[in-house]
Design a protein around this ligand. Structure first.
Ligand SMILES: [Zn+2]
Length: 130
């Protein structure tokens, strides 16, 4: 029995080799999927139920797709964008702007009125209200 477990684990490792696996964005997708799935149970209307269940499947399949994906760099970038978005939401003391020339993200303190911002990457100057 122990050997079977080892074999199964080895097979699983082979299967997942080179695949992306799970990350925080995947956990969010699964969470959203489950919320839709649970909400569907509260509706009596079949049409509403089916559409909510459908939406939940989209999110669940999306997370499975990301988990099994071999394009690890692309998946990593998606997760990074999500984490950056979360950071932006949490950060109440700064505002974030994209440089108009090179799209570099620039962080400046809030409530300073109109200020001139110099992009740290390309030295482009632009004025924004903070
Ligand atoms: Zn720039």
């Amino acid at each position: 029995m122990k050997k079977f477990g080892q074999k199964l684990r080895a097979a699983m490792q082979r299967f997942m080799a080179g695949r992306y696996g799970s990350d925080k964005l995947n956990i969010l997708l699964i969470g959203i999927g489950l919320v839709f799935c649970l909400t569907a149970m509260f509706f009596k209307n079949t049409y509403v139920r089916l559409s909510l269940a459908g939406v939940s499947y989209v999110f669940l399949f999306w997370s499975i797709f990301r988990c099994l994906s071999r394009k690890t760099y692309k998946r990593y970038q998606e997760n990074r964008k999500y984490l950056m978005f979360l950071q932006r939401l949490k950060d109440r003391e700064h505002r974030y702007f994209d440089c108009p020339r090179c799209k570099q993200q620039v962080r400046v303190p809030r409530k300073k009125g109109k200020i001139s911002i110099t992009c740290p990457k390309c030295k482009e100057k632009f004025i924004r209200k903070t």
